[in-house]
Design a protein around this ligand. Structure first.
Ligand code: AMP
Ligand code: MG
Length: 309
């Protein structure tokens, strides 16, 4: 079947945030695709992405920031390893944001993210991000207390204020050539249960298990409410959210890859053109290098010498 990515992406991009309803998203959706077909589409996409990333790097003007959010076991790591598998590691940086350190808590919630933004020509991936500060911190207000903000500045509008600040920050990035793409990998509670069981049962996955994740699971509904509110408040044309069904990892990867490709395509990236004096100079250098070519006999002697060295 033909994968009409533009049409499908539109379906997952939150273009009308006011009307966004998280409950209407089916976590198990696959749009009549099967795993094998998806695998071959993804293989093509990975090549395409590698080519686009090379252009992004060569042009050195734009940057791309990919924000990945989701409940535990939603598949964030798997998206990074599969979708980015063809991308040159020199042009891509991944940052995973954990509970903030003492030093990070001494700064504003944006500080640690702003120091890890991708440079021009690069793709930056945030595995969790400043959005944790309106998610886990909202679900656990005691974390807000640890953030050491002067008490008089914490009022009932704190979340709306943070949404506004995040919007302004992303606007600033967009205006400076950093394309922001945000993905909420939407896994169902039942699929998370299965993945947690896998983590407990399979020795190679046990390291991923954390007791804290099971506690967060108990707050599922609070998290979903926080996610919905956040998506409504922070989806914008220059930094849209994609809400991606995540019960089938192969489908998740396909949507994320397609969205990143669509965004990079829209930049119309090309290798810098060498013309005029610069091209003339290159031709002269080329001719000089050509003229240095050793004669057959001389090359032979030289080869022999280097072999003895
Ligand atoms: P993981 O991504 O599974 O390695 O887990 C990282 C943990 O760090 C998650 O439980 C997040 O909720 C937590 N975390 C990330 N950012 C923050 C934050 N700003 N405040 C509190 N906890 C956070
Ligand atoms: Mg985890």
């Amino acid at each position: 079947m033909k994968f009409k990515s533009a049409e499908i992406l539109k379906h997952y991009r939150v273009d009308a945030p006011d009307r966004f309803d998280l409950a209407s998203v089916d976590c198990a959706e696959t749009r009549d695709l099967d795993k094998d077909t998806a695998g071959s589409i993804l293989a093509d996409d990975v090549k395409r992405l590698s080519d686009l990333q090379e252009r992004l790097y060569a042009e050195n003007r734009w940057a791309v920031l990919i924000v990945l959010q989701g409940m535990d076991a939603a598949g964030k790591d798997s998206v990074i390893s599969h979708v980015m598998s063809g991308v040159n590691p020199q042009g891509c940086e991944v940052h995973s944001f954990k509970a903030p350190s003492a030093e990070e808590l001494d700064h504003t919630f944006m500080w640690r993210s702003s120091t890890r933004l991708p440079a021009r020509g690069r793709i930056g991936i945030f595995n969790r991000s400043y959005y944790e500060d309106v998610l886990v911190v909202r679900v656990h207000p005691e974390l807000l207390e640890r953030q050491k903000i002067p008490r008089t500045l914490i009022g009932k509008h704190i979340w709306a204020e943070r949404f506004e600040d995040i919007g302004a920050f992303e606007h600033h990035l967009a205006r400076n050539g950093i394309l922001v793409l945000k993905f909420f990998l939407h896994v169902s509670k039942e699929e998370q249960r299965r993945r947690f069981l896998d983590r407990l049962d399979e020795p190679a996955k046990r390291w991923k298990f954390s007791k804290g994740d099971v506690n967060e699971r108990k707050r599922w509904n609070d998290y979903m409410a926080a996610y919905e509110d956040m998506i409504r408040a922070t989806s914008s044309p220059s930094a849209p959210w994609y809400v991606v069904p995540a019960d089938h990892k192969w489908f998740t990867r396909l949507i994320v890859a397609a969205a990143v490709i669509e965004a990079l395509d829209s930049l119309d990236l090309s290798f810098p053109k060498i013309e005029g004096a610069a091209l003339k100079e290159m031709r002269e250098v080329r001719a000089a290098l050509e003229a240095e070519r050793p004669s057959r006999g001389r090359r032979h002697r030289h080869d022999k010498g280097s072999r003895n060295r």
